[in-house]
Design a protein around this ligand. Structure first.
Ligand SMILES: *Cc1c(COP(=O)(O)O)cnc(C)c1O
Length: 364
């Protein structure tokens, strides 16, 4: 087995998934993008194992990647827009639930879906302080009459992150306090439910709050969860890279595409994983804390000096890149006092799974 491998302790991971599912009534697993590193097919199969009645994908084109492994409903999170042929065709699919976020899109839907055997199944998104998508709360009454043309499944309320460190990959941004999020969710849910009582489909709201708000309003709640579900319990997985080559080098030798000088005697280790795998790609973070900014500055200084610490741990420590990662492999320096790995060994890599693309996922 070679390449970049995501090894999962299947029993331990599934125990975690089960635990989250039990603690989250109305859970809707989110399987989108790179499938949180596992891939959409793996996540769809796990959602089926969990017995979920619905999953959420990010965009219409992802429906095809989950529909064979998963037998329930598929929600498309990105709102429908006119002119998207894939999303429009899915309006006629009885298993697909489409998100609508503008009054004019809802008004146009029956005409677009004409001739289809089923009325489109629709969630209507309410605009929150996110200001990403959604109908402003003062326009919700315009929606009521338009709902007769569709099968109305509920209201969507997608909130900003409530707690620092909860965004993708644990950014250190300072997000609004939890109480404010909950109060906003409650106010919007109350307003929407007054327009038309319906299930509330929340994102990024604690499950207990979602349930309480829905119970108070006499309706039900769904919670769409991705990161906490799939990427919780980090001890259940490791990412490793195969060692493809190892060569002794001497201080001053010129190596690599860029023929830069090696700073010390030792080895250059060629490991699987490069730009195609998202190695050493950092997602932009909201670096608002002094510490986060300090780290960014320190990394910038190292980068300015032409070196970057790699995410590969070899002989017990993170090692320096000899040069920027190549497409599918990376050149990493090992000093003379370290013990070099053998070709074919696997070394640990710290990979951010929301941006990584592994060659293989092994559930065992
Ligand atoms: C991605 C997404 C989610 C899941 O987000 P996580 O932070 O991964 O749990 C939920 N709702 C919406 C609308 C999303 O786009």
């Amino acid at each position: 087995v070679s390449g970049l491998i995501l090894d999962v302790d299947a029993a331990a991971w599934r125990a975690h998934l089960q635990q989250v599912a039990e603690a989250t009534p109305g859970l809707v697993p989110v399987a989108k993008g790179n499938g949180y590193g596992f891939g959409l097919g793996v996540l769809a199969a796990e959602a089926e194992r969990l017995g979920s009645d619905a999953v959420a994908v990010g965009v219409a084109d992802e429906v095809a990647a989950v529909r064979d492994q998963f037998s329930g409903d598929v929600v498309v999170l990105t709102p429908w827009r006119p002119g998207d042929p894939v999303a429009t065709e899915l309006l006629g699919d009885p298993r697909v639930i489409t998100t609508i976020s503008r009054v004019e899109d809802l008004a146009g839907l029956p005409a677009v879906a004409e001739g289809s055997a089923v009325r489109p199944r629709v969630l209507v998104e309410v605009q929150t302080s996110m200001r990403r998508h959604g109908i402003p709360v003062d326009q919700l009454r315009q929606v009521v009459d338009l709902l007769d043309g569709v099968q109305f499944e509920g209201w969507v309320i997608h909130l900003p992150h409530a707690e620092p460190g909860r965004s993708y990959g644990g950014s250190t941004g300072v997000a609004p306090r939890t109480e404010h999020r909950t109060a906003e969710a409650e106010a919007l849910a109350t307003a929407a439910n007054a327009v038309r009582p319906a299930p509330l489909w929340f994102s990024h709201l604690a499950s207990a709050d979602a349930q309480r708000i829905a119970t108070d309003l006499g309706t039900s709640a769904r919670s769409r969860v991705g990161t906490q579900l799939w990427l919780g319990a980090p001890a259940t997985r490791t990412v490793t890279a195969t060692v493809i080559d190892v060569h002794p080098v001497r201080r001053g030798d010129r190596i690599g595409y860029w023929q830069r000088r090696v700073p010390h005697n030792g080895w250059v280790v060629i490991v699987a994983g490069g730009t195609a795998h998202g190695i050493a790609m950092e997602a932009p973070t909201s670096a608002r804390s002094a510490r986060a900014r300090g780290i960014a500055v320190a990394n910038g200084v190292l980068a300015a000096a032409g070196r970057a610490l790699s995410p590969y741990t070899i002989d017990g420590r993170k090692r320096w890149f000899a040069e920027p990662p190549h497409m599918q492999s990376s050149m990493v320096l090992l000093p003379a006092d370290a013990t070099p790995p053998a070709v074919g060994d696997r070394v640990q890599v710290e990979a951010r799974l929301t941006t990584a693309s592994v060659d293989r996922v092994e559930l065992r």
